[in-house]
Design a protein around this ligand. Structure first.
Ligand code: SF4
Length: 303
């Protein structure tokens, strides 16, 4: 998790956190866990929050052992050794004194979970349970068992929430203003894992709520040095101006924005639904949005 001053609240909690972690936080709060018993914190605040009464620590990690394409390629090209930055940071986190010495159960999920699912890695990093795949359906009983001090299964396979209206909204801000608009893809490229996931489009009502949550928590009012001039690729800008732009920027996660609400067996874009989505964002005051993926195939099919 990024550790810039503005991303951390004065008490040490995360002002902005990884989106997946926010989904798990929301799932727990909406399923009987008291919000006051949950703290979402960045690595540097662990020692402030892990104590005798801590029962369980949930960890999200995107690239635990640096085994993704980018890490492998760039580390080989420009790295100063065999360890990638991601794997170095993950190891630092897992060997953090507070985390290492606690008796609380450690549950790890996220995109990098597969890299540490083996018995050796689980043992080396001191992880009690690895959650693979979507976590919302499985974390509640798992966290309950952990709170009761029960032995946890080493590996849990997540299952998809089939009804997209039941996917919980985040309650607090996500890093980069991330808002999910779809899960899964369905194009069935043979090398791809997201395509194995059940395809769902997130309803506009959920998207609206999550954009509002992000606007609320990403307000940079009162941030220091707003008059400072910063050089950017598009010229000199005041820091306050950049902060404002950032507040109104949303990152849309999707396997392909062009497939939003797509109902065509040939994967032709549902232009009406995409325009409705963009209109919603504009009406909410989004100034810039960045989709995580957009396919040229859809553009070529429906120019
Ligand atoms: S279009 Fe992209 S996300 Fe979809 S199956 Fe192919 S590679 Fe995977």
């Amino acid at each position: 998790m990024k550790g810039g001053k503005q991303e951390i609240l004065p008490d040490g909690r995360a002002r902005l956190a990884p989106y997946g972690l926010r989904k798990i936080e929301a799932t727990l709060i909406e399923n009987g866990f008291d919000e006051n018993d949950i703290a979402t914190v960045p690595p540097m605040s662990l020692s402030k929050f892990i104590g005798e009464n801590t029962k369980v620590v949930g960890i999200t990690a995107m690239n635990t052992n640096g085994l993704t394409y980018c890490d492998q390629t760039f580390t080989a090209l420009v790295g100063f050794g065999s360890d990638s930055y991601n794997s170095y940071k993950f190891r630092s986190l897992m060997f953090d004194k507070a985390l290492r010495s606690t008796r609380a159960k450690k549950i790890l999920g996220g995109a990098g979970a597969w890299q540490v699912q083996g018995a050796y890695c689980r043992d080396y990093f001191g992880i009690d349970t690895i959650v693979m795949g979507e976590g919302e359906n499985v974390v509640v009983p798992l966290f309950q068992q952990a709170c009761e001090g029960k032995t946890l299964p080493p590996l849990v396979e997540g299952t998809p929430i089939r009804d997209e209206t039941k996917i919980p909204c985040i309650h607090n801000g996500s890093i980069y203003g991330t808002v999910e608009i779809s899960r899964g893809c369905g194009r069935n490229c043979q090398f791809c894992s997201p395509t194995k996931r059940l395809r769902r489009d997130i309803p506009l009502t959920t998207i609206e709520q999550e954009v509002k949550v992000n606007f609320r928590t990403r307000k940079n009012e009162g941030a220091p040095n707003r008059e400072r001039t910063i050089f950017t690729p598009t010229g000199h800008k005041k820091k306050g101006q950049l902060d404002q732009q950032q507040e109104r920027m949303i990152f849309l996660t999707t396997e392909d924005i062009m497939l939003y609400q797509c109902r065509s067996p040939d994967f032709l874009p549902n232009t009406e639904a995409i325009l409705k989505l963009i209109k919603l964002l504009v009406d909410l005051g989004v100034e810039t949005f960045q989709p995580s993926h957009i396919s040229l195939a859809a553009v070529a099919a429906s120019p």
